[in-house]
Ligand binder design. Structure first.
Ligand SMILES: Nc1ncnc2c1ncn2[C@@H]1O[C@H](COP(=O)(O)OP(=O)(O)OP(=O)(O)O)[C@@H](O)[C@H]1O
Ligand SMILES: [Mg+2]
Length: 173
């Protein structure tokens, strides 16, 4: 793991490669099991990368680790899928088909912008300024060497999250 952004903002960065979907799922699981609690606002995770880069695969691992057994697919047409897991609500958003930020209105995201919620957002760049900033920014890319994965903390909460995930899951991250 390394840090970026100079001494004052030194937020952690991690990157690596996964050689199977199961390994990408394991990264998602590590993040799910180390996520911080936040009472006043949702935790926000951005997932960037081209079609097929592994964004949904990572979300699937995240949700499975929290007990979700149903099929996890990109909510490409509905844009949003909510998983109510006791005290935690996971909100999986896929903005690939979003043409205009006004299409976000019917999703009533504001109602989900509370503590006890974690947002996992695929294609966040399609909604630009209409989303809350991320705690963790994840970039995935298929290269000739395999599926590359980069995790950047974007908040103090995200920094603690990434440190914890790396410390507790050294075989995965
Ligand atoms: N190391 C790997 N990590 C993740 N996925 C992998 C890996 N190796 C192969 N795959 C395969 O690549 C595909 C990734 O698909 P996935 O739906 O996760 O991508 P996505 O980034 O969500 O795409 P989209 O933008 O279309 O929603 C899956 O078929 C998965 O099995
Ligand atoms: Mg997807």
């Amino acid at each position: 793991m390394s840090t970026a952004g100079g001494p004052s903002s030194a937020l952690p960065h991690w990157h690596g490669r996964t050689s199977s979907p199961e390994q990408t799922e394991a990264v998602g699981a590590a993040l799910a099991l180390t996520q911080p609690a936040r009472a006043d606002a949702p935790l926000v995770l951005y997932l960037r990368g081209d079609l097929g880069a592994g964004k949904t695969t990572l979300v699937r691992g995240f949700l499975r680790a929290l007990g979700v057994t149903q099929t996890v697919r990109s909510p490409t047409y509905t844009l949003l899928e909510c998983y109510e897991l006791g005290v935690l609500v996971c909100v999986h958003v896929d903005l690939y088909r979003l043409r205009d930020a006004s299409e976000l209105e019917p999703l009533a995201l504001r109602d989900l912008a509370r503590g006890g919620h974690v947002w996992l957002i695929e294609w966040p760049q399609n909604a630009a300024a209409r989303l809350p900033p991320p705690d963790l920014d994840i970039a995935l890319e298929v290269q000739s060497a395999g599926h590359m994965l980069a995790l950047d903390a974007r908040s103090e909460l995200g920094a603690g999250w990434l440190h914890r995930a790396v410390a507790l899951f050294p075989q995965t991250l």
